[in-house]
Design a protein around this ligand. Structure first.
Ligand SMILES: [Zn+2]
Ligand SMILES: [Zn+2]
Length: 335
């Protein structure tokens, strides 16, 4: 894309432009020549760019570098996370289902299956190499601790805002375009409502009439099609099919019980009791899964969680209510 075609697409308010990554010329990992041109054009016209890139240091998406395919947990329909220890494997962060690490891509049979995704810090470094002169890049990720007002002031004095967050509050009047470096990375975040979050975020930018550039390996993804068409009804229809098939709200109830404490043993004791009780109470139709290990959380706490799914969970939650209310180490999320 040369700067003329960018100009035209901006003037004609063609709000969303898809940049297919298979055919794009990459200047650095995840940074295509098209994106560089857009950033340069915005800079020239005195506008800021807002770039989303969801790979934090600890996010471990597994995506085929040839076709953008990623594996989903067959029980939960959310993306598997990639783990290297103790063995290379894919783990569902919802139900702990473990799948073998693919030898070739299950979709395109390609062999570029080792994660090649870079961290946001590397994206920042690479952008700095390209825009070495008079371009201020502001990176906002989980390391950023400033309050929104402080950040907003920093946004005001930056040219490129690079962020891991879906953060519509960062919208400054001088932002000229929003860029997603990898649609798949966002899509493969392990959350059952990720597609809805993406849809909402994009709808927000569309309402603001901000041009949106999306780099993707899957330009024909049904979610992208729905987004391009802007048909909220058909999107909800698409979503509701998946939600129904995989027992998610509003078609079923989802309960997450988290047990957390500074003492690992206390977590193990409470978990043991809860697991026993649920094992006795649960119906055949109830999906029941729990973390096999106690994980260390930030702030010196240990945590282990239980997932329950069924069309009605009230019968089981009622029985567990005593443990949940009485115990400060147990929290319940139920919807
Ligand atoms: Zn593939
Ligand atoms: Zn799962």
């Amino acid at each position: 894309m040369n700067s003329d075609s960018i100009k035209i697409s901006m003037q004609s308010q063609s709000i969303i432009t898809i940049i297919p990554l298979q055919t794009a010329k990459l200047e650095a990992p995840c940074i295509s020549l098209e994106i560089i041109n857009i950033l340069e054009w915005l800079k020239k016209t005195g506008k800021k760019s807002l770039i989303f890139y969801s790979r934090r240091g600890n996010a471990r998406a597994w995506i085929c570098a040839d076709c953008g395919h990623y594996e989903k947990c067959p029980h939960c329909d959310i993306a598997f996370a990639y783990h290297t220890t103790p063995n290379k494997c894919l783990i569902c962060h919802q139900c702990n289902n473990i799948a073998p690490f693919p030898v070739v891509c299950p979709h395109c049979h390609g062999s570029k299956i080792n994660p090649v995704w870079v961290w946001i810090q590397q994206i920042e470094e690479n952008l700095n190499k390209v825009f070495w002169e008079n371009t201020k890049i502001l990176r906002i990720d989980s390391d950023t601790k400033e309050k929104t007002e402080v950040l907003y002031r920093k946004v005001a004095t930056s040219d490129i805002i690079l962020t891991t967050h879906f953060w519509s509050t960062l919208i400054h009047p001088d932002i000229g375009a929003v860029i997603w470096l990898s649609f798949e990375l966002n899509l493969s975040l392990p959350s059952y409502h990720i597609e809805e979050d993406i849809y909402n975020e994009i709808s927000y930018f569309k309402k603001q009439h901000l041009p949106l550039y999306i780099q993707t390996y899957t330009p024909d993804h049904p979610l992208l099609r729905e987004i391009m068409d802007g048909n909220i009804k058909s999107f909800l229809w698409y979503l509701s099919g998946e939600r129904r098939d995989f027992l998610y709200p509003p078609f079923a109830e989802l309960a997450t019980i988290r047990v957390h404490d500074e003492q690992k043993k206390k977590v193990a004791d409470i978990m043991g009791k809860l697991i026993n009780k649920i094992g006795i109470l649960k119906k055949k139709s109830t999906f029941f899964a729990f973390d096999t290990e106690i994980r260390e959380k930030y702030g010196g706490e240990w945590q282990q969680k239980i997932i329950l799914k069924d069309t009605d969970l009230s019968y089981i939650i009622q029985e567990l209510q005593v443990e949940i209310v009485r115990n400060r180490s147990v929290t319940l999320e139920w919807n």
